[in-house]
Ligand binder design. Structure first.
Ligand code: NOJ
Length: 714
């Protein structure tokens, strides 16, 4: 780090320069020719020419040509010639799109996640991206929330592991990254995006902040704050969260960026009276970069002069911005890696498409199979439904991905079979579609087939930011179509797309097999064809519980017991127990669940000792046997439950996993190490430690079917 350079730049900056440096604007503002003294490109932001060509960072631009134009124009117009840092939402791929993060989580394959992030970074950097706004590590337990698709699910430990893997991939590919959204955003009440969150101190510390703490170990360049009100205070105003915890306890000294317009939103939250107060609050909380609002530009110099924000603080924040640019090499090369030629070579190259296909194969989850899958290539299968030929299967954050470059199911199957399959749409994919005029044609085509593959589910843009849903079933017209197909009494396979865990209760009943394919990305159709015809063996396991009905939301595996427990799988039971009178407690498909064409059997689970002294290491061992004639991969999962504790512990907590390849007929001994740390938690007095007593140690292929051993910590 060239500290001298940073100091000498800082010395020559006016307060106005610094306020601009702490502002991030849309790249369009730079592109549209803003004349000196104009009131800006956006009425809301009211930026002058000087503000725009002094802004520290831009977001949202096209490819390499666009990025070069922005950088060059900025530098030519800017007075102090401090290079721009250009940021973009590269969430699950740049041009080559791999499955949504929720799906990648289901691969339980950290190396694969890293490789996905790596290819995204390589494409992004040549296209001018210095920093991606990823990974998103919000704990997401409510399937109604549209942004569950961006997370890796309902388990904080997994979120941390995947977050770190994504960061490693971005760094390996040569771009910076930003962990988001700090903090608690995933707990939006009723799953409604941007809604209030209310999280206990314990839950925040143990579950919602966990993945951030982990991610910081990989040194991401930025952390983004969230939109939400957390326990009554907008996150951007929460000095305990931002200063005491993030800067203090977690020791983060990189750039903190607000989310889009969020500094301003303190007014709408009912916290700040005006923009000046927003700027004062955010700056005093060391939000170094204000994204897409202009309270800093208009108020920071005045706030410093009045003593409401110290100049020292502004210097520290500006220094962080400059240090980021220094770390990214922008002072030596303001164009960074932006290169049209290299971008053209990298975008969608065969190697990247290969990673995307592998990721899709490994993240689809086989939820049901009565033996109909895999299909023999000689079988006459009809592909029916709105997703059979759909190419918009990239997911809601597809960056520069192109639907026309995606492989649809029909295309993937055609390529594999070397013949065109029978394909009929049958109905639309809209949430409120009711037109069933295509049913007869679909049924007729299906009647001539041996097997029906229904391609149904949720369209890519019905999840993602601002796409929360109150009804998370497959749209009604598609279920009606499925019922008509079922009447043909032929084997019925449902291939279901979704950006969240959908309620599949009807689909499950009507289908002989259910393959959940999420939003699988550019190579979705090839991967799905490979899975359907057994060229690839499903190995994905759910990282989010699938509710039976939306009324169960939020439903997640690591819940607490109650004083009045009720069986998970029964409606019967004594009254005054914790349950519903019209629904089971158990989700339709539990966390960790997923089938394979192989059949794995667990046996011989044991601990190296049933008693653990402090400082000891215990080994848990389980044998997993592939009892089938098909090679496969199994995700062996280790859970614990602290039976009694000073603060009650969840029924189960995932502590480790191993994805293991086991050849047909083969056997593998999976081993896990258990230390005091494995058993530790935030005790009633706030300390992080393991309490003496009994623990259940569990191993299995999902969170329900486990073998259990007792361990005593003394
Ligand atoms: C708003 C989203 O919440 C955030 O995740 C994203 O990075 C920014 N917009 C920038 O596009």
């Amino acid at each position: 780090m060239n500290k001298d350079r940073i100091n000498s730049i800082l010395k020559n900056m006016s307060l106005e320069d610094k306020a601009r440096q702490l502002t991030q604007i849309n790249a369009d503002f730079v592109k549209s020719d803003v004349k000196a003294d104009a009131t800006g490109t956006s009425d809301d932001l009211k930026l002058t020419h000087g503000d725009i060509y002094g802004a520290g960072s831009v977001l949202n631009f096209g490819g390499a040509d666009d990025a070069l134009a922005v950088r060059q124009k900025y530098i030519s117009q800017s007075q102090n010639k401090i290079p721009l840092v250009m940021m973009q939402d590269v969430i699950h791929g740049y041009r080559t799109i791999y499955p949504i993060p929720l799906a990648v989580g289901c691969s339980f394959d950290l190396q694969l996640a890293e490789d996905c992030a790596y290819i995204a970074a390589v494409e992004a950097k040549y296209n001018g991206v210095d920093v991606t706004f990823s990974p998103m590590v919000d704990l997401a337990r409510d399937a109604r929330w549209g942004r569950v698709m961006e997370s890796t699910g309902e388990d904080h430990y997994l979120n941390g592991e995947f977050g770190k893997a994504f960061i490693r991939g971005y760094h390996r590919g040569g771009i910076g990254c930003c962990v988001k959204h700090f903090a608690g955003y995933g707990a939006a009440e009723a799953g409604r995006d941007y809604n209030t969150t209310d999280i206990s101190e314990r839950s925040l510390k143990e579950y919602y902040l966990y993945a951030y703490r982990e991610c910081l170990k990989e040194q991401p360049e930025l952390v983004m704050t969230s939109f939400n009100l957390l326990n009554g205070v907008p996150v951007n105003a929460d000095s305990r969260l931002l200063l005491d915890i993030l800067r203090g306890e977690m020791g983060f000294d990189g750039v903190v960026v607000s989310d889009y317009g969020a500094v301003n939103e303190m007014i709408m939250h009912g916290y700040a009276a005006d923009k000046r107060e927003c700027a004062r609050t955010a700056a005093n909380n060391e939000i170094d970069l204000e994204m897409m609002s202009s309270t800093y530009v208009h108020n920071l110099p005045g706030l410093v002069k009045s003593g409401e924000v110290s100049e020292e603080k502004i210097n520290k924040m500006t220094e962080r911005m400059l240090a980021l640019k220094e770390k990214l090499g922008l002072f030596d090369n303001p164009l960074n890696a932006t290169d049209e030629q290299k971008a053209a070579e990298a975008d969608g190259c065969a190697a990247h498409r290969g990673v995307a296909r592998r990721a899709a194969e490994k993240s689809c989850v086989l939820l049901k199979n009565n033996g109909v899958l895999p299909l023999n290539t000689s079988v006459n299968a009809a592909y029916i439904g709105p997703f059979a030929e759909e190419k918009s299967i990239l997911g809601a954050w597809a960056c520069a991905g192109r639907a026309d470059e995606a492989v649809s199911i029909a295309e993937g199957v055609e390529k594999l079979l070397c013949r065109k399959p029978v394909v009929v749409k049958g109905c639309g994919r809209g949430l409120f579609d009711s037109d069933d005029s295509g049913f007869d044609g679909a049924v007729k085509a299906a009647a001539g087939a041996d097997v029906i593959v229904a391609c149904i589910g949720e369209y890519a843009h019905f999840s993602g930011e601002s796409a929360s849903r109150a009804d998370i079933r497959v749209p009604g017209v598609q279920i009606k179509l499925l019922k008509r197909l079922k009447e043909l009494n032929k084997p019925l396979v449902s291939v279901v797309f979704g950006g969240r865990p959908l309620v599949l209760t009807d689909v499950e009943k009507l289908s002989d097999a259910v393959l959940y394919v999420w939003q699988p990305g550019s190579e979705g159709g090839s991967a799905i064809a490979n899975l359907i015809y057994g060229r690839a063996n499903p190995s994905g396991k759910l990282v989010a519980s699938f509710p039976r009905s939306v009324g169960q939301c939020p439903v997640y595996y690591n819940h607490f017991r109650t004083g009045r427990p009720k069986g998970q799988d029964t409606l019967e039971g004594t009254v005054y127990t914790s349950g519903y009178i019209d629904e089971l407690n158990a989700p339709l498909y539990p966390f960790g669940y997923g089938l394979s064409y192989s059949r794995f059997e667990y046996s011989g689970f044991g601990l190296s000792s049933g008693v653990m002294r402090r400082g000891d290491k215990i080994t848990a061992r389980v044998t997993v046997e592939n009892k089938s004639g098909t090679d496969g991969e199994e995700v062996v999962q280790l859970y614990i439950c602290d039976k009694f504790a000073s603060a009650v512990r969840p029924v189960k907590e995932l502590k480790a996993f191993k994805k293991i390849y086991i050849p047909a007929g083969g056997k593998v001994l999976a081993e896990f190490e258990i230390t005091e740390d494995t058993l530790a938690f935030y005790t009633a007095n706030g300390s992080y430690e393991a309490e003496s007593g009994d623990f259940d140690i569990m191993a299995g292929g999902d969170s329900v079917n486990v073998l259990t051993e007792r361990l005593k910590l003394i």
